[in-house]
Ligand binder design. Sequence first.
Ligand code: HEM
Ligand SMILES: *[C@@H]1O[C@H](CO)[C@@H](O)[C@H](O)[C@H]1NC(C)=O
Ligand SMILES: *[C@@H]1O[C@H](CO)[C@@H](O)[C@H](O)[C@H]1NC(C)=O
Length: 318
Amino acid sequence: MAASSFKLAILGALFLLLLPLTTSALSSHYYSKSCPKLFKVVRPVMVKAIQKQARNGASILRLFFHDCFVNGCDASLLLDDTPTFTGEKTSRANNNSARGFDIIDDIKNAVEQACPGVVSCADILAIASLYSVQILGGPTWKLKLGRLDARTASLELANANLPPPFLDLDGLNKAFKKVGLSQKDMVVLSGGHTIGLARCISFRNHIYNDTDIDPKFAANRQKTCPRSGGDNNLAPLDTKSPRIFDNYYYKNLVRNRGLLHSDQAIYNGVDTDDLVLKYSKDECAFFEDFGKSMIKMGNIKPVDGTPLEIRKNCRVVN
Ligand code: HEM
Ligand SMILES: *[C@@H]1O[C@H](CO)[C@@H](O)[C@H](O)[C@H]1NC(C)=O
Ligand SMILES: *[C@@H]1O[C@H](CO)[C@@H](O)[C@H](O)[C@H]1NC(C)=O
């Protein structure tokens, strides 16, 4: 009798210990007791990174997207490869492309100083993305926190889930549907391409071969993106205002000035033309919907059974 109630107590204690490490609904004030200074610690690091280079904000936003699309927002993308572990950093969409990991390190270090061991890298990515958009002039939304960091990552899933730039509307829809997001979410979140840069290799085919492109714009882009060579030469995704989070991404599309094939694919005589046109005219509507879809994307959860923790260093499991 005594022994079994002892066992029960141990089980109970174990259960309580593990309880915070299971996924539950995210909340708006998750760290208000455990790390009240969290936002005050994160924001200035992001401000400094963006002052150094506006593109840094874009790169962080993209990291969040690439994390959330691969088994949920669990910071799996942040894990470094080791001789015995292959993560997501060398997947097709990320290799020689994903950047900003050093900024996440800076934020994590500052947060660990303020409140050691309580804030996940996955939440840091969510907070840093919000501030990136906000600092570059975009909208704010209500952050939901309480994500945990995976002890695993998947190169295969990263290759399967991260949409390549040669997709058409149908392929884009499928990629978003796979993670529970709608066509509208896809059109709204593509507006993230109002900031940041792309490599020649990502848009070469579009500027030389596609017909749904303004010839003057194509000629301009061709100047720094030759038919062969110069794969890593950069061009702004939004030619007009690459360092400002505004609705010029959509205004460009309406004039056939999307940089990627996948950008123009949402405005070339398709279902989504109307929504693109609306956002091109109504920045407020874009901002409001962008916040909503960011919350939705940020809610994508790792599958049940994924081992989770709060990492001490975002690049390695504890
Ligand atoms: C709809 C499907 C999408 C496709 C096919 C796509 C594809 C790409 C490609 C090819 C690049 C350039 C990468 C390079 O050349 O190195 C890029 C950059 C970028 N993407 Fe996307 N993307 C998509 C959706 C999104 C979403 C949903 C977001 C965020 C909400 C986003 C944010 C960004 C940002 C900010 C950059 C610039 C990053 C930097 O300058 O470092 N993208 N994307
Ligand atoms: C990633 O890029 C590096 C450097 O260009 C290259 O050597 C490597 O083969 C690439 N890895 C993959 C998996 O494509
Ligand atoms: C244009 O398309 C052709 C035929 O698909 C292809 O062989 C060629 O490499 C493409 N050119 C560029 C610059 O992408």
